[in-house]
Write a protein that binds this ligand. Structure first.
Ligand code: AP5
Length: 213
């Protein structure tokens, strides 16, 4: 199964992907996680990406497309989290898959108000070691500031400041939302889910829609 998960920053893409990966045995391909790993390793790609990420802008298409189509080509069943993020990226992904004789089975869109998303992000804490995601109120770690899974220190992402969050949300509405219409017009199965509720209930709705494909 090949899935694309889209939704604004803070919609819960990373949170739900982790559960879907476990349930369906998928590979989690997150462009944001790949960039953060490159940044942590101090690579040229990471240094370039950081400038855009810190400003709440998209990393240029030519960089992302090469990186993500290479990842997709190596994977079997997967869920794409944060890619594609422009119509051009979606088209290039489609072309790369066509060469391999396969296609995306469904596109899941997580829908949420900007205010709820922004509130979640200002209170999010993440583990850069294992990718664990927490929330200071809704999903607290057992020990303050420490990842339950690997024991590493949790951090507040540099792009989770109020100013950068506003810019990321604006970027999402302008550049990423049009993808939904692109996939609808191209006849892809579009699974739209209200992502504002309690995380377990949102996950159940996503699974329900996947099971009905
Ligand atoms: P990326 O890492 O993909 O960030 P994002 O899309 O902004 O998404 P987030 O990780 O912020 O949010 P999420 O939806 O995963 O929410 P989460 O599950 O953590 O990208 C970062 C940057 O990289 C981009 O801005 C861009 O610059 C660059 N980039 C990446 N891909 C690119 C591409 N394709 N092209 C160009 N540039 C690219 O949840 C958020 C919080 O809410 C957590 O604390 C969580 O615990 C909590 N939460 C989740 N669900 C619920 C719920 N239902 N109820 C209560 N709390 C909840």
């Amino acid at each position: 199964m090949r899935l694309v998960l889209i939704g604004p920053p803070g919609a819960g893409k990373g949170t739900h992907c982790k559960k879907l990966v476990e349930k369906y045995g998928l590979k989690h391909l997150s462009s944001g996680d790949i960039f953060r790993a490159e940044i942590a390793s101090g690579t040229e790609l990471g240094n370039t990406a950081k400038e855009y990420i810190d400003a709440g802008e998209l990393v240029p298409d030519h960089i992302v497309i090469d990186m993500m189509t290479a990842a997709v080509e190596k994977a079997g069943d997967y869920i794409l989290d944060g890619f594609p993020r422009t119509v051009n990226q979606a088209q290039k992904l489609g072309e790369a898959l066509e060469v391999k004789g396969c296609q995306i089975d469904a596109v899941i869109e997580l829908m949420i108000d900007d205010a709820v998303a922004a509130n979640r992000l200002t209170q999010r804490r993440v583990c850069l070691q294992c990718g664990g995601t927490y929330h200071l109120v809704n999903l607290k770690p057992k020990v303050d500031g420490i990842c339950d899974v690997c024991g590493s220190k949790l951090i507040h992402r540099d792009d989770d400041t109020e100013e950068v969050i506003l810019s990321r949300l604006e970027t999402y509405h302008k550049q990423t939302e049009p993808i939904v219409e692109y996939y609808r017009k191209s006849g892809k199965k579009l699974l739209q889910v209200d992502a504002a509720g309690e995380a377990g209930k949102v996950l159940d709705m996503i699974i329900d829609k996947i099971e009905n494909i």
